[in-house]
Write a protein that binds this ligand. Structure first.
Ligand SMILES: [Zn+2]
Length: 211
């Protein structure tokens, strides 16, 4: 399995391309920089239609605004079950799209993820961990063989996700961080900012102390 960061420009979330037998993408940015994202894909010899599955870590527009471009390319869209209808309805408020002046088009969500769902990509598998706190339906994705944790906006390098937005909960975030600490992950791939190849377990323990 190869991991490439192909986004994260401007207000976009980070976008992690996972290359295995199946090619998957974790988060899609706002969509405002899609041309640059497509160029980054081209540099890897790929195009949007090569991506089979787009997994959103949560509903926020800076992670899901780009979904439509990938949907049009034939990609399937996955998100935690409790946030699927927000994308299907083109919600502006819980997704924070209104902050970007955006009116999201209703999206066809084909996979509703649950706690413990396993996304098989070939040799690698992404395990879905429900980590409410930043939003009620936030998830992290864990690849156990590599010890790689894709943490969305739950935990960053040296910080944690905010809990003051719709459906956010400080108490839930604290619980979620404890769960992540039990995994003792090696590497951390957060939704914004830098990633860490090593010491992800220590970063999560520091995050718990921080809050
Ligand atoms: Zn967010």
């Amino acid at each position: 399995m190869e991991i490439h960061q192909i986004g994260g420009i401007g207000y976009d979330s980070n976008m992690y391309l996972i290359i295995d037998e199946v090619i998957a993408l974790i988060d899609a940015g706002t969509g405002q920089n899609f041309k640059i994202v497509r160029r980054n894909l081209e540099q890897l010899g790929l195009k949007p239609s090569d991506i089979k599955l787009l997994i959103n870590t949560h509903c926020h527009f800076d992670h899901t605004g780009g979904d439509l471009d990938f949907l049009k390319a034939g990609c399937e869209i996955a998100i935690y079950e409790s946030e699927a209808d927000l994308l299907r309805k083109g919600d502006r408020h819980v997704t924070m799209a209104h902050l970007f002046g955006a009116h999201p088009e209703p999206l066809q969500v084909t996979q509703e993820l649950r706690e413990g769902s396993k996304i098989e990509l070939g040799k690698s598998v992404l395990e879905v961990i429900h980590t409410p706190g930043h939003t009620q339906g936030s998830i992290c994705l864990y690849e156990p063989r590599l010890g790689a944790l894709f943490s969305g906006d739950t935990v960053f390098y040296g910080d944690v996700g905010r809990t003051d937005l719709p459906t956010g909960s400080y108490r839930d975030l604290a619980q979620s961080l404890k769960r992540l600490a039990e995994l003792k992950p090696k590497s951390l791939y957060p939704g914004h900012g830098p990633s860490a190849d090593d010491g992800a377990d220590e970063l999560i323990l520091s995050a718990i102390e921080l809050i």
